[in-house]
Design a protein around this ligand. Structure first.
Ligand SMILES: Cc1cc2nc3c(=O)[nH]c(=O)nc-3n(C[C@H](O)[C@H](O)[C@H](O)COP(=O)(O)OP(=O)(O)OC[C@H]3O[C@@H](n4cnc5c(N)ncnc54)[C@H](O)[C@@H]3O)c2cc1C
Length: 380
């Protein structure tokens, strides 16, 4: 007889830990499996988290934060810049502290967490796990797949989680130290020279360190993102010391189905990353909390609201951003320059307290015949 749990969660990133600490509060038995020996390591993330996206789902603790941002500097293809003053916009997190803290929340509520345990298959409501060369089987009544971009668990459960070339942003990032940087402002850089089909970010971790990276669309370039990142770093921070090199992908896909009779997919496994910004931490936590709550309803034989809540809280926004990305991928540097000028007119010299992406897109499209033509379907 294998050990059995009411709920098994695969993957102890923000999505999996949030699902586990939410579900365990109702007293069911929860096993959280993580393939790596340490939670939060290795990390593939620039660690930016906007306050508005996580509001109502998590109170961010000061010790999880590296820096608190007051806005951003936006740079266009010609090197021209403008500043967005946006006090309280959010934080650059320290995920090597943040991720384990979320897992600890699950443990202190009574969840069992097993590290160095990789799920390698699912058979007859059992997860097959490999740990130090040994195979074990754990039974479950309900399963939450929080295994990140790989999303193997989802495909074992019959969900098509495959990603085509146009459904990923390919990213490279260096953690750089020994530089001088204003820790209050994120820097965002647009243009095909810097990051074709994506953007570059300089996210300050302190006044002398930053996560510097970029994402590119493989539809717009065949070059590895490292090529563009090396150019940026050589130009901007020639003296900086590279402490970590990170390569990874952001999924950009809307799944038709992300739940089944006895399972849910959450976070990157469900492709809940924002198609424009690439941000996925907030949606990972949100979907984890929603999944944890609804899994308990299912286990108690009650009707659940997982799909509806996910549609309202996550999918509405990312579906719109998905459409905007399809337009974004067709833009040229000439278009970026136009958009840059419109952005500068809207934001420069003003202090803002939120950005409504629908209103912003509408304003940009209505400012130019050419952009209006490209983005007509977004408005109507
Ligand atoms: C370069 C880059 C920069 C990014 N920057 C940002 C940013 O600034 N802000 C932001 O919000 N988002 C960012 N993201 C996205 C963000 O990192 C993810 O959206 C977020 O980590 C998703 O959380 P998750 O819990 O779904 O998945 P993950 O954080 O990927 O966690 C999944 C966990 O599952 C484990 N796992 C996988 N397979 C198995 C298995 N078979 N068995 C057991 N365990 C398994 C993994 O080890 C991992 O711990 C970035 C992504 C990239 C690639």
């Amino acid at each position: 007889m294998s050990e059995s749990y009411d709920l098994i969660v695969v993957g102890a990133g923000p999505a999996g830990s949030a699902a586990a600490y939410t579900a365990i509060e109702s007293g069911i038995s929860v096993l959280l499996l993580e393939e790596h020996p340490q939670i939060g390591i290795p990390l593939t993330c620039a660690e930016g988290l906007s306050r508005s996206t996580i509001k109502g789902y998590l109170d961010v603790e000061p010790e999880w934060i590296s820096t608190e941002l007051s806005g951003s500097m936006v740079r266009g293809p010609d090197g021209d810049e403008f500043k967005i003053e946006y006090p309280n916009v959010g934080w650059i997190m320290n995920r090597k502290v943040f991720d384990p803290a979320l897992t600890k929340k699950a443990i202190s509520n009574g969840a069992l967490v097993e590290t160095s345990s990789r799920a390698i298959g699912i058979e007859d409501n059992e997860v097959i796990v490999e740990n130090s060369g040994e195979r074990r089987r754990y039974g479950f009544k309900f399963l939450i797949a929080a295994d990140g971009i790989a999303s193997n668990v989802g495909s074992w459960m019959g969900i098509d989680t495959n990603l085509n070339l146009n459904e990923i942003e390919s990213c490279a990032e260096y953690v750089i130290e020994d530089i001088e940087i204003d820790p209050r402002y994120a820097q965002l850089i647009f243009g095909d020279e810097y990051a074709p089909g994506g953007y570059a970010w300089i996210l300050p971790k302190s006044c002398n360190s930053a996560n510097i990276g970029l994402g590119v669309s493989l539809l717009k370039t065949k070059k590895h993102p490292k090529h563009f990142l090396d150019n940026l770093v050589k130009k901007e921070f020639p003296e900086g010391k590279i402490k970590e090199r990170i390569f990874g992908c952001v999924p950009v896909k809307i799944l038709k189905k992300f739940s089944g009779e006895n399972f849910y997919l959450v976070g990157d496994a469900a492709r809940f990353t924002d198609p424009l910004s690439g941000a996925g931490i907030a949606n990972a936590v949100k979907s984890g909390v929603i999944a944890g709550r609804n899994a308990v309803l299912r286990l108690k034989g009650k009707e659940d609201h997982f799909e509806v809540e996910i549609k309202n809280e996550i999918l509405k926004e990312i579906t719109f951003h998905h459409k905007v990305r399809n337009v974004y991928l067709r833009l040229t540097d000439h278009d970026y320059r136009k958009i840059f000028r419109i952005g500068k007119r809207i934001f420069e010299g003003n202090t803002i307290d939120n950005i409504n992406s629908r209103r912003l897109v509408r304003e940009i499209l209505l400012s130019s015949h050419h952009l209006f033509g490209l983005g007509f379907s977004l408005l109507f």
